[in-house]
Design a binder for this molecule. Structure first.
Ligand code: ACO
Length: 324
């Protein structure tokens, strides 16, 4: 009936950076960070933990669980906004590392919503090419794009990767439906430049370098409203009652956004999986990392109805329903 997740995997850098560590870099405190964001630690990449390397490790774990080999993979879609190169794509590096010779590969950039957008791509692809097996990966090394002198942003982000293997099955399970949205008119509330233009004729907005810039309060406001809207829209469209949701895995942005969203939706908080306290906001990687943890902890049972939702730069946002 749909694209079924055969296996999940994740990979986090070894180095744990605490709020106390950040107190050495900027004027902040553990108390401020925990109370405003819920984040206590994040993982920061070191040598050998590049965006594609984290992605490859996560993919290998997902493939092991799915019992598929690199030769079985037909397509690799990587969601990221922090690849070490603009070209080739991160997905091509993953394909090379895995030795997935027959797979074609490309990246998706929808910021923190990247994984959901890529998952929807994979689902739609499988509805046409039913025999295929697809790797969907969310991977980020936001530490390479963070201004470590800006206390407004450097406390929020972390590095990591998560992956799933998708296959079309005729059973009554898999990705049920998605509701995805973008609004480019709000781009300047959350953005990141690449490098200065080499073409003097091409106008650039104020370009302080490849850093994340953000209007935190505005992002907060839109994030809650947008994710709530996407979820309600999806449930009405699919004629599914909120009580039918067994597990909710939201993008792990920060605890205050999540608490507000949960209270506005009226979903029981025991159903909501949260790990932002350990990893911070890992953007496109946050949902597949949480999905893998929830799966390996036994939180997801066959037949469960899973709700995932995200919000990120663009703005981009959305929600998906998955019958596990
Ligand atoms: N430590 C101590 N003080 C700080 C820090 C810090 N790390 N950062 C900011 N402050 C100060 C500010 O300078 C300000 O001081 P002032 O009053 O003297 O000017 C004060 O704290 C309040 O600042 P605000 O920005 O108004 O704080 P707010 O309560 O809005 O919290 C936060 C900031 C946590 C960023 C909040 O706006 C938020 O969560 N926004 C959502 C952002 C987000 O999650 N972005 C991720 C990408 S999008 C996504 O994934 C959904």
């Amino acid at each position: 009936m749909g694209a079924v997740i055969l296996g999940t995997g994740s990979c986090l850098p070894e180095r744990v950076v605490s709020n106390h560590d950040l107190e050495q870099l900027v004027e902040t405190s553990d108390e401020w960070i925990v109370s405003r964001t819920g984040i206590s630690t994040r993982r920061i990449s070191g040598k050998g933990e590049n965006t594609f390397q984290l992605a490859t490790s996560a993919a290998k774990k997902a493939m092991d669980m799915a019992k598929v080999t690199a030769d079985d993979i037909d397509l690799i879609i990587v969601a990221t906004m922090s690849s070490h190169m603009l070209m080739p794509s991160c997905a091509c590096f993953v394909q090379k590392e895995l030795g997935a010779q027959k797979a074609y590969a490309y990246d998706v950039n929808a910021a923190c919503s990247g994984f959901l957008f890529a998952l929807d791509n994979g689902d739609k692809h499988l509805r046409v090419e039913r025999q295929q097996k697809i790797l969907i990966i969310g991977t980020e090394t936001l530490s390479s794009r963070t201004n470590w002198k800006d206390r407004n942003t450097c406390i929020l982000f972390g590095d990591g990767a998560g992956a799933v293997v998708l296959e079309y099955q005729d059973e009554n399970r898999g990705i049920v439906a998605s509701s995805l949205f973008s609004d480019g008119t709000l781009w300047n509330l959350l953005y990141m430049h690449t490098a200065p233009s080499c073409n003097p004729e091409i106008e650039q907005a104020d370009n302080p370098g490849a850093h994340i810039l953000m209007e935190g309060r505005e992002v907060f406001k839109y994030a809650v409203k947008a994710m709530q809207g996407a979820i309600e829209n999806l449930l009405v469209r699919e004629q599914i009652d909120l009580d039918a949701i067994d597990v909710m895995i939201p993008h792990q942005a920060n605890i205050r956004i999540l608490k507000k969203l949960v209270s506005r939706l009226g979903i029981k908080k025991e159903k909501v999986f949260i790990n932002v306290q350990k990893y911070g906001n890992t953007s496109a990687a946050s949902i597949p990392i949480a999905l893998d943890e929830a799966n390996r902890e036994g939180r997801l049972k066959r037949g469960d109805l899973l709700l995932v939702c995200s919000f990120g730069g663009g703005f981009t946002w959305g929600a998906s329903l998955i019958r596990w």
